[in-house]
Design a protein around this ligand. Structure first.
Ligand SMILES: [Fe+2]
Ligand SMILES: [Fe+2]
Length: 234
């Protein structure tokens, strides 16, 4: 079962982004459209004013995409183990939202020609940071094997990290120029709210009753912090 989850890593994970990238390269005409045709000549991200802004936005989008990718792998792992249990529908529901988040970031990356993190396939096994703890290569599957409480503890830890990360991006964009980034702020706020809901769901479903909950949560969040740091840069 672990192997089945693991083998999902591969080029196909990049394809939604890569295929759209190619299309957008041939469709650059939209860039020439005069601004007055609509109030915004872009869907989510304004064309960068300079290299500094481009770097900031690229880094933000890359790490958000990586985070949503990682979240998808975690829920996939949990479903592989708990999909047929009573908790299955609940995990599926959260996973469906993560799929929507990832699809949105695939779209935004493509539109703005931002490459995903080079380490994307590695985040599939980001649980390596937890290997010493669980001896499994997938964080979702690893914690799910501890049962429902383990899966929920993993959910609480990850979702808390991701929502804090989104909050920090929201603060940065608000300080920079809330009007300029209004569409991006809208997307991030909506996703942050979903992540908070997932976090609360985890708590409501006995995450804290897992023996060693605090240790597990700290270990997972350490991994999340490292993943965020690296994805912003590579
Ligand atoms: Fe998400
Ligand atoms: Fe989430």
């Amino acid at each position: 079962m672990q192997r089945a989850v693991f083998t999902h890593i591969g080029l196909h994970d990049w394809m939604p982004v890569l295929s759209n990238l190619r299309i957008s390269q041939y469709c650059s005409l939209y860039r020439a459209l005069p601004l007055q045709l609509s109030s915004r000549a872009y869907s989510v991200i304004p064309p960068p004013r300079d290299e500094t802004e481009k770097k900031m936005l690229d880094s933000m989008l890359r790490v958000d995409h990586a985070g949503e990718y990682g979240a998808n792998r975690i829920y996939a792992g949990q479903m592989a183990v708990l999909g047929r249990s009573q908790t299955g529908p609940l995990i599926q529901e959260m996973w469906d939202q993560e799929k929507r988040h990832l699809a949105k970031f695939n779209e935004i990356l493509s539109e703005n020609r931002v490459r995903p993190t080079l380490l994307l396939p590695i985040w599939n096994v980001a649980g390596f940071l937890l290997v010493a703890y669980f001896l499994f290569s997938n964080p979702g599957a690893g914690t799910a094997l501890l049962g429902k409480e383990g899966a929920m503890a993993c959910t609480v830890a990850v979702e808390e990290s991701i929502s804090e990360h989104y909050n920090s991006q929201i603060r940065t964009l608000m300080e920079e120029d809330p009007d300029r980034y209004v569409e991006l702020l809208q997307v991030i706020k909506e996703f942050r709210d979903d992540e908070l809901e997932h976090h609360d769901t985890g708590l409501e479903h006995d995450a804290e009753s897992l023996p060693g909950y605090k240790l597990l949560k700290s270990a997972i969040q350490l991994g999340c912090t490292a993943a965020i740091y690296i994805s912003q840069r590579v």
